[in-house]
Design a protein around this ligand. Structure first.
Ligand SMILES: [Zn+2]
Length: 984
């Protein structure tokens, strides 16, 4: 950073520079105004569209060809005269002179008309930009007073050239004026006018010269950074980059304003020089009159002057490009020891070589096909301009998508809260138009060259063609099918022991509460009978249509697109490896649960050596075994689940109060309170007006400022209390990244989105925090070690069974999507997976008439599920990172499960920093922001660390009680669904 003294000197310096540049441009702007080119007539800009610019270019090219045609005729005449000297007489010679005069006249006419037209059109569009860039150059830190002194030289030369041109024009006119007829005098006045235009042209050349000097100054500054520290070098590279782009922008706008103009001018000079050379040649060959010598001398002077102008107009612009190429060489030769710096320099070199400045007239010396499009008045081939246009396009796209997503969220909310056929129809129409919009944008995206865009832009663009692409009919069928599936699920009524249970949440509660195995069996079977069979055909149709959609987008099947979304290479291998790390813990937990249940079971339902039946685990899907805790640890009821629910019911009378308590944890980390919209528009509890909402808890982003909502049929119990934490993780994620462009408003991956709330649950599950909430009495006599084990066991019962559950679910669905499992094998394959990973079997015989996967909401709603597996692992990693931030956990010599981050603003800041990235960076960068590790990957070790005390306890307990531990032997017994059925 500059000192105060330096910066005041810099400010003065900046003032001076401003004058310099204005001074450089003044003669040009004044003269252009004199010849009728109003450079700041902003009203004209509206009139001149892109099409008009193309027309002007076409016109200029046409004039060029007329010139060339004249040139050709003249040459032909002269060659004819040379071959047939007999026929050449005075009359043919005078014809040659006439030709010469007419060509020169046409040339001037072209110049005056064409240049005026082009200047008027082009400068109106881009002149203000050029002026803006000049002002920015005046303020840059890179160019100092020494550089600005150099930039003054071209201005002086330009002034000198202008004066010379003026004097020579006046002299010529003066001689021509004498004894000439009136009409001729008028024509001569026209030439004077042209002289003024030409003076203006010199200044175009001056601008190019200044651009060259700027590039040159930058090139000279690029030297090795050795001896300086890395930070300084890196900021030096950044300064070079900024300066290069600024200079490039300057050149770009010179080209936009004057490119076609330079082209016309150089062509005109070329015609004049050739024409006059032939004229001189013909005088020398055919004319022997003494008076002609003076004419020859005049022509020689004209030729020299034209030649100098021609070289100046073509060579100087070509220097700008050469100097930029020189910069790429210098960057390539830079030697850095640090790898990051090396990459930074290489990136800069690539960017420079991709965006070499191009000025039209330079084409005469530096022939390059790429220069041809620059004849267009608004060339798009400059990298900066290209990216700028891409930026503008993307922001329009983002706005359009945001609007569509907002509409979709509103209509979807309508269906979920109160499903009417009109709402479904409206939603279906909206989905169709949204698919059409996506398709349209995907088509438009193809006109952008990805390699030329910035990384961020590339990332956004790649998202545009992501996902399924359906035609209208397919979209309609898909929307209707999913709506019917969801209706079957949310409206299912199950009768158990004479009582009716509606929807998932009621029956789920029964499964968690009841310990009566026959009631559980009735509920388990009833739910599957109500949901499964009617869903099977609809489900396979949904999979089919989705596959058609993703195949149209170039993927083999939906599973491929789902796997891609997570951005993990070899995902199947990765999840298998992760599961292998966790499996020893699962096996011990499984063995303990089976052993305990078998020991207390009087009915013979649970066998100590056989796989666990699916209905006895306290959960409809056997994915969360927490309700079993009181039976597993009968002596530890004081810290049991029932206790917490009782505490909550005693303290809070409404569910909203529970939401406030859940929010409190986030507030303690420094997060802001949830917005007003959340409190007024969410659905917290089942409505009493008879409407049948989808009660599966979910958080929704409405992609509109501060509109995030929660959908739940919540009740005051421990389970829903922690579900609130989970959903709030989603809500705070939405709010943190809603400032991003729409295409980046999602989680670093869907697994991250699921993990945030649960990492907070880990934090809220510590004994310290449970005591804070009053779930544990501080004066109880329970041994601290026992308390720790009970607490860990409670969490493990929630978290660990979910791992094999989610893995088996998604592996089944991946195979279904890939066509490896056909509809007539759905149920058998499902149970084979369940047995292999979870070690559970159906309690009663199943057949292919049943469709047990449909008992799960995520199957019905076609929501990817492996994210929950990854999230289960990631959330402990995140929790560990937050622990680190609050200076607790293993790195500070404390066990991970005793880390209490409540109230740690440092942890909150680190989390917020990660959340606000949205999906603008890859997931591993987001993880790096959290963990501060160099190359973080998804890692199951923190999870194993967290449960280590429990794992050791389970090992010794299973050994002590002599429980069967290996579940694989059991599994090998059951090869197919008939075998399974035979066991019960
Ligand atoms: Zn979730």
């Amino acid at each position: 950073m500059p000192t105060v003294k330096e910066s005041s000197a810099w400010a003065e310096d900046r003032q001076r520079r401003k004058l310099d540049f204005e001074w450089s441009l003044k003669p040009m702007t004044t003269l252009m105004r004199c010849v009728g080119i109003p450079l700041d007539f902003r009203d004209y800009r509206q009139l001149i569209s892109d099409r008009c610019s193309w027309f002007v270019t076409g016109f200029a090219l046409l004039l060029f060809f007329i010139d060339a045609e004249c040139q050709f005729s003249l040459t032909a005449t002269i060659i004819y005269d040379a071959i047939y000297p007999q026929s050449s007489n005075n009359s043919s010679r005078s014809a040659t002179f006439k030709w010469n005069n007419s060509i020169n006249s046409i040339n001037y006419m072209v110049l005056i008309l064409g240049s005026h037209a082009i200047l008027l059109a082009v400068s109106q569009i881009d002149w203000p930009h050029l002026v803006q860039v000049l002002h920015r150059i005046e303020q840059t830190r890179f160019y100092n007073e020494r550089h600005f002194k150099k930039f003054r030289i071209p201005s002086f030369v330009g002034l000198a050239a202008s004066v010379t041109e003026l004097i020579s024009s006046v002299t010529v006119i003066w001689f021509a004026w004498v004894d000439s007829p009136f009409l001729y005098q008028l024509m001569v006045l026209g030439f004077l006018f042209l002289g003024l235009v030409l003076i203006a042209f010199y200044h175009v050349c001056i601008l190019c010269w200044i651009a060259y000097l700027m590039m040159n100054a930058l090139g000279q500054d690029i030297k090795a950074c050795s001896g300086k520290d890395i930070k300084q070098c890196s900021s030096q590279l950044k300064l070079w980059k900024a300066t290069y782009y600024l200079t490039g922008e300057f050149v770009h706008y010179i080209n936009c304003c004057f490119g076609p103009f330079l082209f016309l001018l150089t062509t005109s000079y070329f015609v004049r020089m050739t024409n006059n050379s032939f004229y001189m040649f013909s005088i020398l060959t055919y004319s022997h009159d003494k008076g002609h010598e003076a004419k020859v001398y005049t022509l020689i002077i004209f030729l020299i002057k034209d030649w100098i102008s021609f070289v100046a107009l073509t060579y100087i612009p070509s220097l700008v490009r050469k100097e930029a190429m020189n910069i790429t060489r210098k960057l390539q030769n830079l030697k850095f020891e640090d790898n990051a710096l090396k990459r930074q320099a290489e990136l800069l070199r690539m960017e420079v070589s991709l965006s070499l400045p191009q000025i039209t007239a330079a084409g005469f010396f530096d022939i390059d096909c790429k220069l041809i499009p620059t004849v267009s008045p608004t060339p798009r081939n400059h990298l900066l301009e290209y990216r700028h246009s891409a930026e503008q396009w993307l922001s329009t796209v983002n706005r359009a998508l945001e609007h569509a997503a907002n509409r979709q969220a509103i209509l979807s909310w309508q269906i979920h809260t109160n499903r009417t056929s009109e709402a479904v129809k409206e939603f279906s129409n909206e989905e169709q138009s949204r698919f059409a919009l996506n398709e349209h944008l995907c088509q438009l995206r193809k006109r952008w060259v990805m390699a030329l865009l910035s990384q961020t832009q590339q990332k956004m663009m790649s998202r545009l063609c992501h996902g399924i692409r359906l035609n209208e009919e397919q979209t309609r069928v898909l929307v209707e099918t999913s709506a019917r599936l969801q209706a079957i699920y949310s409206e299912a009524v199950v009768n158990v022991a004479g009582l009716n249970y509606t929807g998932e949440s009621e029956i789920k509660e029964l499964m968690a509460k009841s310990q009566n195995y026959s009631v559980l069996l009735e509920a388990w079977t009833g739910w599957r009978n109500a949901v499964g069979p009617p869903s099977k055909e609809l489900f396979s149709r949904m999979i089919e249509i989705n596959n058609l959609g993703v195949q149209a987008a170039g993927f083999s099947d939906t599973s491929e697109i789902w796997k891609n979304e997570l951005g993990i290479k070899n995902l199947e291998q990765v999840v298998d490896n992760l599961f292998a790390t966790i499996q020893p813990l699962y096996i011990q937990l499984y063995a303990f649960v089976r052993g305990r249940l078998a020991a207390i079971d009087k009915t013979g339902t649970v066998h100590p050596d056989r796989p666990l039946p699916a209905h006895v685990l306290g959960n409809m899907w056997a994915q969360n075994w927490e309700p079993l805790l009181p039976r597993l640890m009968p002596n530890a009821t004081l810290s049991g689940g029932e206790e917490a629910t009782q505490v909550l019911r005693r303290r809070y009378s409404s569910f909203t109060q529970l939401v406030v308590v859940a929010q409190d944890f986030f507030l303690s980390l420094g997060f802001p309170p949830l917005p007003l919209n959340f409190w007024t528009r969410s659905q917290f509890v089942r409505p009493t007006d008879g409407t049948k909402p989808v009660c599966h808890g979910s958080a929704t982003n409405f992609y509109s400022r501060d509109d995030v909502r929660l959908m739940m049929c919540g009740e005051i119990n421990e389970d829903d209390f922690y579900t609130l934490h989970h959903e709030m993780g989603h809500l705070y994620y939405f709010l943190a990244y809603n400032h991003q462009p729409f295409l980046f408003r999602s989680g670093a991956s869907s697994a991250f989105h699921e993990a945030i709330g649960d990492s907070i649950i880990y934090a809220a599950m510590t004994t310290q925090h449970r005591r804070r909430l009053g779930f544990l009495h501080s004066d109880n006599n329970v041994n601290q070690k026992d308390l720790e084990i009970v607490n860990l066991l409670r969490q493990a019962l929630v978290k660990i069974p979910l791992l094999p559950y989610s893995l088996s679910l998604e592996k089944w669905r991946w195979a279904v999507m890939a066509g490896q499992i056909k509809p007539d094998q759905y149920n058998r394959a499902w149970w084979n997976m369940k047995l292999k990973y979870q070690g559970i079997v159906p309690p009663i015989p199943r057949s292919e008439k049943d469709f047990d996967p449909a008992s799960k909401f995520h199957i019905i709603s076609n929501t990817p599920y492996i994210r929950y597996f990854l999230s289960s692992i990631l959330q402990v990693q995140i929790f560990q990172a937050l622990c680190d931030a609050s200076q607790q956990g293993p790195r500070f010599g404390k066990p991970l499960n005793q880390c209490d981050i409540y109230g740690s603003v440092e942890a909150g800041n680190r989390l917020r920093e990660m959340l606000s990235l949205g999906s603008s960076r890859p997931w591993n960068v987001a993880l790096k922001v959290l963990t501060h590790e160099q190359n973080p990957t998804i890692d199951a070790r923190p999870l194993m660390d967290y449960y280590r005390p429990l794992h050791e306890w389970l090992l010794s307990e299973n050994r002590r009680l002599n429980y069967t531990v290996d579940i694989h032997e059991d599994i090998s017994v059951f090869n197919n669904i008939e075998d399974l059925a035979a066991n019960f």
